[in-house]
Write a new protein. Sequence first.
Lengths: 329, 324
Amino acid sequence: MTNTGGDNRARLITLYGTMCRIRAFEETALAAHKAGEIPGPLHVSIGQEAVAAGVCGNLRRDDRITSNHRGHGHALAKGAGVSGMMEELFGRAGGHCRGKGGSMHIADFSVGMLGANGVVAGGIPIAVGAAQGIKLLGADSIVACFFGDGAINRGPFLEGLNWAVLYRLPVLFVCEDNGVAAFTATASVTAGPGVAARAQSLGVPCTSVDGNDAAAVDEAAARLVAEIRGGSGPRLLHATTYRITGHTSSDPAAWRDPAAVAAAKEAEPIGRLRARLLAEGVPAAMLDGIQGEARAEMTHAREDALSAPWPDPAIAWEDVQDCGAVEAH
Amino acid sequence: MAQVTLVEAARLAALQEMRRDPTVWVLGEDVARGGLFGQYRGFLDEFGADRIVSTPISESMIMGGGLGAALVGTRPIIEMRIFDFVMCAMDELVNQVAKVRYMFGGQAKPAVVVRMPHGIWRNSAAQHSQTLESWFTHIPGVIVAVPATPADTAGLLVSAIRSDDPVLFFDPKNLFPLTGEVPAVIDPIPFGKARLARAGKDLTIVTWSAIVPQVEEAGAMLAERGIEAEILDLRTLWPWDEEAVAASLHRTGRLLVAHEAVTVGGFGGEVVARMVERLGPAAIKAVARVGQPRVPVPFAPPLEDALKPDTAKIVAAAEALMRR
C-alpha cells in the first residue's frame, strides 16, 4: 500500500497528527502527574509514538489490539476517546474503566482496544486467543499485539508465537523495541541475536523497521496487515525506538549515557517526520497548527478531568461478577 | 433418566451445550482425542477441529488464549488436563481472567469455564493430586464449582458454560467412574445452592467434591450407631450456601467440615468462621475439621492412605464431636 504524491502526503500528515496527539497526551499526563493530579504509577511513551501511529493507522475499527503497561499511545492511535482516557488516568467516574483501571489498564472495547496490561507479555496470549475467537466466528478482522523487547524473555512470547503459527491466526505481533526492560538494558539480559531470530525460528516472518521513522512503520504495517488479512497467518514487526523518559514518571533514568539520550532526542520521530514534510513543501504553519490543536485538545482534557466527578464509592462493589458478588456495606 | 458415570455426565453436558450454542468450543491438550478421561469423546467427529482444539502443552496460552477468545464473543471451555497444571497459568488466571471485567469497568465479559480435574487419584503423587480449591475462593471475580455426583457435575457444567462469569470447575477426577442418574435434558443447577445429601438432627457435616461419597458412607455408619448426621454437599464454594449451613447448624449445634484438601487454610476454616460470625459462639456446641495434614501427597499406597481423609476418619471425628 505504498502511496505516492498527494495521497501519500495526506497520509503522512495524518500520521503526524496522530503522533502529535500522543505526544501531547503524554506530556500533559506527565505534567498532571507531577502536579499530583494523577495518582499511582504512570508509564509514558514519549519518543515511541511512530510505532503506535504507524501500526494503528492501518487497522480498521473492528480490528483489535492488546497493549502493555505503556499503552496510552496504542489506545489513542486505535481511536480511544481522549476524555475517557484522561479521566481514567485521573481516576474519575467518566474514565473508560470507571476509574477502576487507571493508566496501566486503559481499555476501550468500543474501538477494539482490549486492554493495556500491567504484566509484561500478559497481552500476548489474550491477543492470540482473540484472533482464534475471531477466526472461529468467521470474521475477517485481525489483532495487533503490542509488547516491548523485555517481553521476549517471558514464556508467553514463545507460547503465543508458536500457537499463532499452528492455527494460522490473524495476528500482527509488534515488538516495540526501546532497548530497555524497566531499568535494565535488554541486550544485557537477552541471549542470542534477539526478537527477529526468535520469531523466525518459530516460523513467524519478521520485518525489522526503524521505529522512529513513521513513514517506514506505516509502510511495513500496511504490507503486513494486508498479508495477515489475506490469510497469511501471523507476522512480526520489530520496530526499534527509544524511550526518551524513564520507566515511570518518577524514574529520572539518570543511569543512561547523556550523549546517547541527546542523540536519541535528535532522532525522535515527530521531529523527523516534520523535517520530511517541510522538505516536501508542507507549510510550517500547517504543522504548527496540527501540533497546537493537539496540545489544546489535551490541555482541555486535563482541565475537564480535573473538574470531573470522582466515582461514587458504591461502584467499587460493581463489575466483579454477576453471581456471587458481595454487597456494598 | 439414564445411569451414567460422572465423567460421562460431564461429557453429555458439554455435548448438549455445544449443540445448543455454536460459540461454545473447547481448547486444551489432547481434547480432540477425547481428553485424558474421555470427557470429550466423539466431539471431534461432531464439531470439527475448530471447536475441539487440541493444543500444545502451553498452559499460559491455553488460559490466556481462552480469555482472549471470550473477549471477542466466544464461550471457551478451557481444559487444563489436570488441576495441578494450572499453576503454569496463574498469571493468566489470577491477573487476567479474574480481573479484566473489573479493571476495565465492566467492558469485558470473560465467559470462560476452566475445567481442572483435581484431587488424589491412583497414586499420582504430589504434583498430580492436589486439592487447592480454597485458593480460588480468595480471588474476587470467579465462581468456584466443586461437584461430587454425576447429576450435579452435569447441571453445574451447563450453568458454567452459560455463565458470563468465569467459572473454575473442579472435576472430581477420582469420582469419574461413579455412576448416577442424569436426565436426558440437563437443566442448569444454580451456583450457591447446597445439596442435602442426608437429613439428620445431631450434627451438621459440610462437605464437597471427591470426599462426598465417604462422607455419605460415614453418615450411614453413624446412623447405625445412633448418630443422625445432616450432610450438606456445598457443590460450589463461591458463592456458597451459607443459608443452608446456618439453618442446619442452628438445629444441630455441632459442625463438622470434611474436605480432601489440607485442613490448614482450607475452605472449612471459612465455613466455620462465617458460622461463628453469623450464629454467635453460644449457638455452636462443637466444631471439627477433617482434611489432609499439611503434607504433600505421597506416592506409595500405604503413605497416601495414611494421609488421605477417609470414612473411618470422618466417623471418628463425628463421634468425638458428639462427646463434646
